[in-house]
Design a protein around this ligand. Structure first.
Ligand code: MLT
Length: 256
C-alpha cells in the first residue's frame, strides 16, 4: 500500500454522519443535491477521492484498497468511529473494499448503481484503452466517450453540461489511475452474504452500466437490504432525478 493521501472534502450539516463516495470520473460535486437536502438532518462527509477534484492525482493505478485506506485515514482524522456509507458506482466498489478493511466503521450501507463483480477481460482492455485516451487526448475525450452512457437519453442538455464540467475538472493522470485500479478490483460477490448492516440498494431504471438486474442480484444476496428503482434515470439517478433519489435516502436513513 502506498501512502495515504489527504483528501479534499466537504463536512457540513448536523446529525448522524453520512460518508458519500462519488462515481468515476466525477467529483464530490455530484452529491450537491443530496448535500443540500440532507444537511438539516445529517452530517455529510463528502470527499474528492484520490485523483479527482481538489485532491491530488499521483501517478500509478489506484487500487480499491488504496482508496479505502485514504478514507479510513479521513475518518480517523475526523474522529468518526462509525458512519453510514454511501457509494455510487466506483464509489460502491470502494464501499465494498471499506467493508472488508473496516467493517466496524460502517453502520449502514447505500449501494447506488454499482455492482460487486470484476471486469471481464474485454472490460479490462477497454479500461486500459481509455486510460491511454485520457493520457494522450485529455479529460475532454473521456467526457465525450462517457456522458452518453452515464445518463438516460432523456437527460437535459443542462445536466450533460454540468457533467462535462465535472469531468473536465479532473486530471488525465487521475482518470487513468482510477481506470487502471478499477480494472484490477477484487470480486466482492462472495462478501455480500456476510453484510449484516441495513443496506439500501438504489438503481436508475435505465442504467445500462450497472443495470437493474445487478441491483436485484445484490438485493437477493444481502439479507437486510431494500431495493429502490428510480424511474426515468440512468446511471446517475442522484442527479437525473434528485428528488426521488434523495427521498429514497431520507426514508432509509430515518429508519436507522
Ligand atoms: C462509475 O460511474 O463510477 C463508473 O462508470 C464505474 C465503472 O466504470 O465501472
Amino acid at each position: 500500500m502506498g501512502n495515504v493521501l489527504q483528501l479534499a472534502y466537504t463536512d457540513i450539516g448536523q446529525g448522524a454522519p453520512l460518508l458519500l463516495l462519488h462515481a468515476f470520473p466525477l467529483t464530490r460535486a455530484m452529491w450537491q443535491p443530496q448535500i443540500t437536502a440532507l444537511q438539516a438532518t445529517h452530517r455529510l462527509i463528502v470527499p474528492d477521492l484520490r485523483g479527482f477534484g481538489a485532491t491530488a492525482a499521483p501517478p500509478g493505478a489506484y487500487m480499491m484498497a488504496q482508496f479505502a485506506a485514504d478514507l479510513i485515514a479521513l475518518l480517523d482524522q475526523l474522529e468518526l468511529p462509525q458512519v453510514a456509507l454511501g457509494g455510487l458506482s466506483m464509489g460502491g466498489y470502494i464501499a465494498f473494499e471499506l467493508l472488508r478493511q473496516a467493517p466496524e466503521r460502517i453502520a449502514a450501507l447505500i449501494l447506488a448503481d454499482t455492482r460487486p463483480g470484476t471486469d471481464t477481460t474485454e472490460g479490462q482492455a477497454r479500461r486500459e484503452a481509455n486510460a491511454q485516451i485520457a493520457e494522450t487526448q485529455g479529460a475532454a475525450a473521456i467526457a465525450e466517450l462517457m456522458i452518453p452512457n452515464l445518463v438516460a437519453p432523456s437527460a437535459t442538455a443542462e445536466l450533460r453540461t454540468t457533467l462535462r464540467g465535472l469531468i473536465l475538472g479532473n486530471s488525465p493522470t487521475g482518470i487513468a489511475g482510477a481506470l487502471r485500479g478499477m480494472a484490477q478490483r477484487p470480486d466482492s460477490t462472495p462478501d455480500l452474504a456476510a453484510i449484516r448492516v441495513p443496506t439500501l440498494i438504489v438503481v436508475g431504471e435505465h442504467d445500462t452500466l450497472t443495470p437493474p438486474s445487478e441491483a436485484a442480484a445484490m438485493h437477493a444476496a444481502i439479507a437486510a437490504s431494500t431495493l429502490v428503482t428510480i424511474p426515468a434515470a440512468g446511471h446517475l439517478p442522484n442527479l437525473e432525478q434528485p428528488a426521488a433519489f434523495t427521498n429514497a435516502l431520507q426514508q432509509f436513513l430515518a429508519r436507522l
